[in-house]
Every structure is written in C-alpha cells, then in structure tokens.
Design a protein around this ligand. Structure first.
Ligand code: TRH
Length: 381
C-alpha cells in the first residue's frame, strides 16, 4: 500500500516556503513512491518557484505535476477530503481545525509532523523528533532538518551530487548551460551569483571589487537586491540581456530560473551569495565557496543562528581563513563594510573551494531529509 502524505505550505514571504515544500513533495513522490498532496495558499509565488511562472493562477486545480497533486489550500476545509497517513505542517503553519479533528478520528490516526526551520544551533538535535501532546489527544512531533545525524538532515535528491560533480568536470556542460541563460563572461572573470536580500553595504562591497585586482562577472537573479545593484550602477531600471560594467565588475541581471537551472547556476559559479534556507542548502551541495545572507529575525535572533552555522562550517579551517570568513559573513549580515580592502572579496581562494567540497562530502554521509521522514513514519507505524 502506498503511503499518503499531505503537505501544508503557507507562503509567508519570498520563495523559501514554496521552494522547500515543492522540492520535498516531488522527492517523496518520485523516490519513495508516496501519494502526495501539496496544499499551498499562494499560487503566484508557487508557480514561480515550481517553474510554472507562465501558468494562469486560476488554472484548474488540483493539478498533477511531477508526481504531486497540487491543491489550493481550501477554506473552509471540505468535509469530504480526508487526512492522509502522514501530515506535514511546514514552518509552523496552522492546520485547518476541521482537518485536525478528522485526523483524530481516522481508524489509524495520521502521523502529525511539524517540519521546522533549518538551524545549526545545538538545541536542535535534542528537540528533533520530540512529541507534543495536543488537546485532541493526538501527538504532534517536531521534525528538524539539520547538519548532523541527530537531526532530520537536509533535502538532497538521489544522485544530486553525482550529477553536480559530472557537470563541474565538464567544461562543455557549463558552457552550454551558461549559453542557455545568455551569459558569456570573460575567461578570466570570477563568476558570482548574487541572490540575497537588500543590503545597505552592497555599494561599498561592489566599489571594492570594481577597484580590486580581480575581475568579476556577477549574475543577479530577479529579486530583492536588484534595486541596490541598479542604484550602484546609476540605473533606474535594468535590461536582462545587457552586461553593465564598472571597473573590474561586470553585472548581468538574469530571470528567475527553475529550481534545476538554479542548481546549475550555483554549480557554474566560482562563488555564490545565497539566502534564506533552500538556496543556502543548495549552495552547500554545489561544493563552491559561498556567503549566506540569513533571513533577518526580530531581536537579532538570526545572528545566533548565523554564529551556530559558522562554528560548524569553519571548524576545519585554519585560524586565518576562519577569521576572514567569519568577519566577512558577519559584516555582510550586519550591513557593514567588509573589514578589509578590495581584492578577493567574493572569490575565495583555492583553499576555500577545497573546504566547500569537504564540507559537502561530510554532509553527504548524512541521511537526507525525505529519507528521515519516511523512516520516522515507518518506525512510528
Ligand atoms: O526566498 P527566501 O528568502 O525564502 C525564505 C522565506 O523568506 C521564508 O519565509 C523564510 O522562512 C526562509 O527564507 C528562511 O530564500 P530561499 O529559502 O533560499 O528560497 C529561495 C527559493 O527560490 C529556493 O527554492 C531556490 C529558488 N530559486 C529558484 O528556483 N530560481 C531562482 O532563480 C532563484 C534565485 C531561486
């Protein structure tokens, strides 16, 4: 018997909620033969992330896409839609009360999981998998993605790293991909992708890069940082096909890519600036040096998360590399000037590239998040 899954995705802002849920839903369906329904409450954002940007948001639903039944989250909940074997409430979204009531009266109650935000903080390992008794007698379990084996691990599709390494070994695969998105950088330029939030210090970083010794070709996907970059270029608006140049920096804006193509972009670049949760993980699977623009939280709670990740990530580095990387990441995330002059701001040295690959290989030995969820359900049953 196939296991049925309901994944609830409330899109708070940006693309991470949709991005994580879509990736996970597809993996469960394709690799674990699960019967998956994905309930989303914002089709415009979802269509963008799932590669259906051109789709009419009012197009008929449910729609069967890549093995997943995509539904618009209905309100009120229809009485004839019964809960699945496994119910995933993602990022603390609130399930419909009628749905929860129906979960409790199933002949065999649903497994109720709360898929939490990603964090490298130490307490996560201790809380992963803990139950919490609900008013209706059901248990809800906290499920934490994470960076060690005491957590649920990270989303990683089967064969992802093999495909990534093959791609990176093949100059022609990279060239063909870059050509397909109309990017042609000078051979000596460091290719950088810049997917981040607004940052008041960005112009200063760009100034230092444009006056430095190295040349950079920076690819900016459509999104929140575009205005800052346009401001630095002195442009009111941008054109996709055009390459803007200032000093040693060339800048190109690119359209929002499908998740698969975004992976290829990360694999193609020498350095990636990423943000939030999902692109942050994908940069780690890319095995290239990167910089994380963390999602800002009240009371600077994000800085604790940043620190926790940095402690793990830099554990294998020498004293100097560690100090430089930590200073750079903290400066970027506090909107400050980089604590050093021009030169290798983003590129990262050969050593950092080796470190990024070692870090990726260490994470690879962990169980992936979808597998952890499936195992959790099987143990629970
Ligand atoms: O968009 P994000 O900032 O998302 C989130 C949300 O804000 C969320 O509420 C918050 O909780 C979380 O951050 C921490 O960053 P993220 O997580 O990297 O999501 C971006 C998604 O968009 C990811 O799935 C990759 C995808 N993407 C593409 O598919 N194509 C693209 O061209 C780009 C730039 C991104």
């Amino acid at each position: 018997m196939r296991t049925s899954w309901d994944i609830f995705c409330h899109i708070v802002d940006n693309y991470g909620d949709a991005g994580v849920c879509w990736r996970l839903a597809r993996q469960l369906a394709v690799e674990y033969d699960a019967d998956v329904r994905l309930w989303v409450d914002d089709l415009t954002t979802f269509n963008l992330v799932s590669g259906g940007a051109g789709l009419d948001v009012s197009a008929e639903l449910p729609r069967f896409v890549d093995g997943v039944w995509l539904h618009l989250w209905p309100a009120p909940w229809p009485a004839n839609v019964l809960p699945a074997d496994v119910v995933l409430e993602t990022f603390a979204c609130e399930l419909p009360a009628d749905y929860v009531a129906a979960m409790a009266v199933r002949e065999f109650p649903s497994l109720w999981l709360n898929l939490e935000y990603l964090s490298a903080e130490e307490w996560v390992s201790a809380c992963h998998g803990l139950p919490s008794l609900q008013a209706n007698g059901l248990q809800k379990f906290f499920f934490f993605p994470g960076f060690n084996i005491a957590t649920g691990g990270l989303l990683r599709e089967a064969g992802l790293l093999r495909r990534r390494r093959e791609f990176q070994r093949s100059a022609s695969a990279r060239a063909t991909f870059l050509e397909s998105i109309a990017v042609s950088a000078a051979p000596d330029a460091r290719l950088v992708s810049l997917f981040c939030y607004e940052n008041p210090a960005l112009p200063i970083w760009l100034n230092a890069m444009s006056a430095g010794d190295l040349t950079y070709h920076i690819l900016v996907p459509e999104g929140r940082v575009v205005a800052d970059v346009c401001g630095w270029l002195g442009e009111d608006a941008f054109k996709f096909a055009r390459v803007y140049r200032q000093g040693n920096v060339a800048i190109q804006f690119i359209p929002f890519l499908s998740q698969c193509d975004y992976d290829r972009l990360l694999w193609s670049c020498d350095f990636n600036v990423v943000r939030g949760e999902d692109s942050f993980v994908r940069a780690q699977w890319a095995g290239r040096p990167f910089l994380w623009h963390i999602y800002r939280q009240e009371d600077d709670a994000h800085l604790i998360k940043l620190d926790a990740f940095l402690s793990s990530y830099t554990a294998g580095l020498g004293v100097d590399e560690k100090a430089t990387l930590v200073a750079r990441w903290i400066a970027w995330n506090s909107g400050q000037i980089a604590p050093f002059g021009g030169g290798e701001l983003f590129a990262g040295g050969v050593e950092m590239a080796g470190h990024a690959e070692d870090w990726c290989a260490a994470l690879e030995s962990q169980k992936n998040l979808a597998q952890s969820l499936v195992d959790f359900y099987q143990n629970w049953v």
